[in-house]
Design a protein around this ligand. Structure first.
Ligand code: FAD
Ligand code: SF4
Length: 506
């Protein structure tokens, strides 16, 4: 029997399960350009993945593996050729994280059987998540996270290091999520000059007609570089991660965020090593527990939970549209050209870097899409194109579930809908905006305000069954009939003015 390993572009880890299953087996990596044309991707994401693949192939070769690296229009022809040429009788692939790709593998007609090796890029397996989730009334992230802390013995103390959470509490959020103060000086992110391989990929990607700037590419593309980013985060950013986790500051794209998702999502870093690095720093450098626990909750909690849920929900999850929202995506999502400063800043940043931090994604971009009633599927497709770390497994539940409540509450206990009040409190975008964050009607009314109240009015029936919304709905009832009508008119007039979507791009 001759085993061959196909390494996918988001599985670039030397200890990934397929590679680990056959130490000396020949390896193939394929850059499929058809795949990259099927939907728009951010230019910097294409550079990251292809450059990291080329570096990884060289690394495997240096370790003595026989490596074939193919650039092709499609996956199947080079794969068939390689299988036949190498006399391969069993092709192994680590289970893909994304369902569409798993279906694609299923449909391949190859000259030898294809074996899927269980994916070891996540802590929880799909079967373990199912076991945890089956039979539960609610799939709250907090319960899942606590189970993960116990299961992996992370930030736990007591006799067997599995009894009690360190510090006596599971969650220190009360100490986090502070509005930004004047004069915050976050550390400069760890960046890298593109080497010859990356420059070559950049030239190739420059010719593609897709979204996003390319010239400023300075992300890590190898494991040693990704480890440098992790080290930089642990030593210079983690201590202040908690307090300003939700803050938004003009000109500060990253604040104290980790900037690790691009690397975690393609296998350059493993989530357990990231979690353990933070825990070790807590013990050895006496870092604040609210920051360390807050960060670990993102990776051990949210990240694993989102992936587990993605594998657990039905195949029709991507079609969810609980609120029956059908407004098209406004053109400014592709250009950033809007007088709404918070959206302008966030979209411009996504274009420049392929990155927004969590609160920009949740409370500006998807919040706006939710309250303005944009089609969830159009919004999800935009997120897929706009971000360097976007993959089906992480976006379905984040965008459709958390951001847009299109799943009707499988994941979130209430929609993440907010008016300008939140954005004004947590950031400085409003002070340079054409609109007035305090106004909900009139010339200067902030669209986040009239859309927020219009959203509550449109969906009162659905929202009133969610206990956590009742308090807010009472405020809707207090609104005068004139103001209620004005809010609704503003919303529909806005759509009339913006109902000229552009299919794509730049
Ligand atoms: P930090 O804020 O420093 O957090 C540390 C790590 O925690 C991240 O690197 C990430 O691996 C993990 N994490 C935190 N929250 C989540 C979450 N909700 N889901 C998964 N992992 C999480 N994340 C992606 O990786 N790809 C996406 O395409 C993506 N799209 C999103 C869309 C929306 C609408 C929302 C609300 C969230 C999305 N997220 C996505 C989750 C999160 O916003 C990003 O992981 C995070 O902003 C990445 O930046 P960072 O590495 O600096 O993260
Ligand atoms: Fe955004 Fe409204 Fe604030 Fe302008 S006023 S930045 S549109 S929330």
């Amino acid at each position: 029997m001759t085993v061959g390993i196909w390494v996918l572009g988001d599985q670039l880890w030397a200890h990934q399960a397929a590679l680990a299953s056959a130490a000396n087996a020949p390896v193939i990596l394929i850059e499929s350009h058809r795949h990259s044309r099927e939907r728009p991707y951010h230019r910097q994401k294409l550079v990251l993945v292809w450059s990291a693949m080329r570096h990884f192939a060289a690394e495997l070769e240096a370790q003595g593996r026989a490596v074939t690296y193919q650039k092709s229009t499609d996956f199947e022809p080079p794969l068939r050729q390689w299988i036949e040429h190498q006399g391969i009788t069993e092709l192994r692939v680590m289970e893909p994280a994304d369902r569409p790709f798993a279906r694609f593998l299923d449909a391949l007609a190859l000259p030898c059987p294809l074996t899927l090796v269980p994916n070891n890029h996540f802590l929880w397996s799909v079967a373990e998540f199912k076991q945890w989730a089956d039979g539960r009334n609610s799939l709250l992230m907090e319960s899942f996270y606590r189970e993960g802390r116990k299961r992996y013995g992370i930030l736990m103390e007591g006799s067997s290091k599995k009894d009690k959470p360190v510090g006596g509490q599971w969650n220190y959020d009360k100490e986090n999520r502070k509005p930004p103060k004047k004069g915050l000086t976050p550390p400069t992110p760890q960046r890298f000059n593109p080497d010859a391989i990356t420059q070559q990929v950049m030239q190739e990607v420059a010719e593609l007609d897709t979204f996003g700037d390319l010239d400023s590419f300075d992300w890590a593309v190898t494991r040693p570089q990704a480890l440098q980013v992790l080290d930089h985060f642990i030593h210079l950013r983690l201590a202040t991660f908690g307090p300003y986790q939700d803050a938004m500051v003009t000109g500060e794209d990253t604040l104290w965020h980790a900037l690790l998702s691009p690397y975690l999502n393609i296998g350059l870093l493993h989530p357990l090593e990231v979690i353990q690095a933070a825990e070790t720093a807590y013990h050895e450098q006496d870092l604040p527990l609210n920051s360390v626990e807050g960060f670990i909750r993102q990776v051990l909690g949210w990240r694993e939970y989102m992936r587990g849920l993605y594998s657990y929900v039905g195949e029709d999850y991507p079609n969810g549209n609980y609120f029956e929202h059908h407004q098209p995506l406004p053109e400014f999502f592709w250009t950033g050209d809007t007088p709404m400063n918070c959206l302008h800043q966030s979209i411009d940043q996504a274009k420049r870097t392929g990155y927004n931090h969590h609160i920009q994604r949740l409370m500006i971009l998807s919040n706006f899409a939710l309250i303005a009633g944009l089609s969830p599927q159009a919004v999800e497709a935009w997120f897929h194109a706009a971000f360097i770390d976007a993959y089906d497994w992480v976006m379905q539940t984040n965008v459709l579930g958390m951001g847009l409540y299109a799943d009707g509450g499988v994941l979130a206990t209430k929609p993440y809908a907010a008016s300008a009040n939140y954005i004004n409190r947590m950031g400085d975008y409003c002070k340079d905006c054409h609109y007035n964050p305090k106004a909900r009607t009139g010339e200067q009314a902030c669209p986040f305000n009239f859309f927020y109240w219009d959203f509550l009015a449109r969906h009162r029936d659905k929202l009133q069954h969610q206990g956590r919304m009742n308090f807010i709905l009472k405020n809707l009832d207090k609104m005068s009939a004139e103001e209620y009508q004005a809010v609704r008119d503003h919303a529909s007039q806005w759509h009339q003015r913006h109902n000229h979507p552009k299919p794509m791009l730049r």
